[in-house]
Design a protein around this ligand. Structure first.
Ligand SMILES: Cc1cc2nc3c(=O)[nH]c(=O)nc-3n(C[C@H](O)[C@H](O)[C@H](O)COP(=O)(O)O)c2cc1C
Length: 321
């Protein structure tokens, strides 16, 4: 059996790993979209530009989730990224592009048949339902509700099942397209997931970033000025444990995993604990296109040498437990 290739060993240079997007592809169905791979690019700064989204799809992404669109993203603040040995802290919030600009872009993606999942959030359930309707009218075939961004609350978002239900219900009433609700692991996560599914979510994305803090030991200064979104390899075991536990406890709703994927092995691990698709984000902040292609190709090659389909892999750890 071929060992899964590690993105960390990817050669430098944008053209060092060539895309073979459809050679040995591993199709899955997510949010009503037939994707050629379970490897999906998650929402973030890298998915705020049309050019990047198109190149990521050309490079093999099964789908790309847009940066979260917000009708009133507020003034652009001092948005920063801080690299840590185990991942990254960021205090970013929403796209600064207008909804009109996004709708024009989403129309072009739809016309070209591109697998783009539109991430949306707003200040109230009714405002989010309006936005969901607008992006749906612009041709979006699948949405992700990015309702759990803790950065807006300075790390202190108190997400509750009631809040999740209110946003989910409002959107479900106004749009027929499939959508996933993105949540963060943590307190009452099973209740929040159940609230989303009972209110009409078609899938769950787990996890958004979780609150993290970095301090300068000499001066006592809190870096970035507070607790903000922590992502990257450090959160992977936590998210894996959560998805494994949820599946073992009988959760059946489709799950898109998100948290710390850096190579093809990580993709296989998330599928094994029961995720149907796997998002990658922070790892793409280094050598974006090479890293994506290496992970996507590494996973396809491994699956081809092993035989079987992605569906055979999904949940195999849970069946063994
Ligand atoms: C710089 C940065 C910006 C992000 N922006 C968004 C966003 O706009 N909407 C969203 O739903 N998630 C956002 N995320 C969260 C990622 O999509 C992802 O869920 C999270 O970082 C965990 O996955 P990872 O460890 O692979 O990055 C952002 C993450 C980072 C690091």
């Amino acid at each position: 059996m071929t060992a899964i290739k590690d993105a960390g060993s990817a050669p430098e240079g944008a053209d060092a790993v060539h895309a073979r997007p459809d050679a040995g592809s591993a199709p899955v169905e997510v949010l009503g979209l037939r994707l050629r791979s379970p490897v999906v690019v998650g929402s973030g700064l890298l998915t705020d530009q049309e050019r990047n989204i198109r190149r990521l799809i050309e490079g093999g992404a099964g789908a790309v989730v847009t940066k979260t669109i917000h009708p009133d993203p507020g003034p652009s603040g001092n948005e920063r990224l801080l690299r840590l040995p185990t991942g990254m802290l960021n205090n970013t919030t929403y796209s600064r592009r207008s909804v009109d600009d996004w709708c024009a872009m989403l129309r072009r993606f739809a016309d070209d048949g591109l697998p783009v999942i539109t991430s949306v959030h707003a200040d109230s359930p009714v405002q989010l339902a309006d936005l969901a309707e607008r992006v749906t009218d612009a041709g979006s075939g699948a949405l992700e509700l990015g309702i759990s961004c803790l950065n807006e609350e300075g790390g202190g978002l108190e997400d509750t099942p009631e809040r999740v239900a209110a946003y989910t219900e409002a959107v479900r009433r106004r749009t027929p397209v499939p959508f996933s609700v993105k949540l963060a692991i943590g307190e009452r996560v099973r209740e929040r997931i159940d609230a989303a599914t009972a209110s009409g979510a078609d899938a769950i994305t787990l996890s958004d970033t979780i609150a993290g803090l970095a301090v300068d030991a000499d001066t006592g200064e809190v870096r970035l000025g507070g607790a903000f979104g922590y992502s990257g390899p450090g959160i992977k075991p936590l998210v894996l444990a959560e998805i494994f536990g949820l599946r073992r406890d009988g959760l059946t709703v489709p799950v898109m995993a998100s948290g710390g994927v850096k190579d093809a092995v990580d993709v296989a691990e998330y599928l094994s604990v029961g995720a149907e698709a796997v998002q990658i984000y922070t790892a793409l902040h280094r050598n974006m296109h090479v890293t994506l292609r290496t992970i996507r190709q590494g996973f396809d090659d491994w699956l081809a040498s092993r035989g079987g389909t992605v569906a055979d892999l999904v949940g195999q750890s849970v069946k063994r437990a």
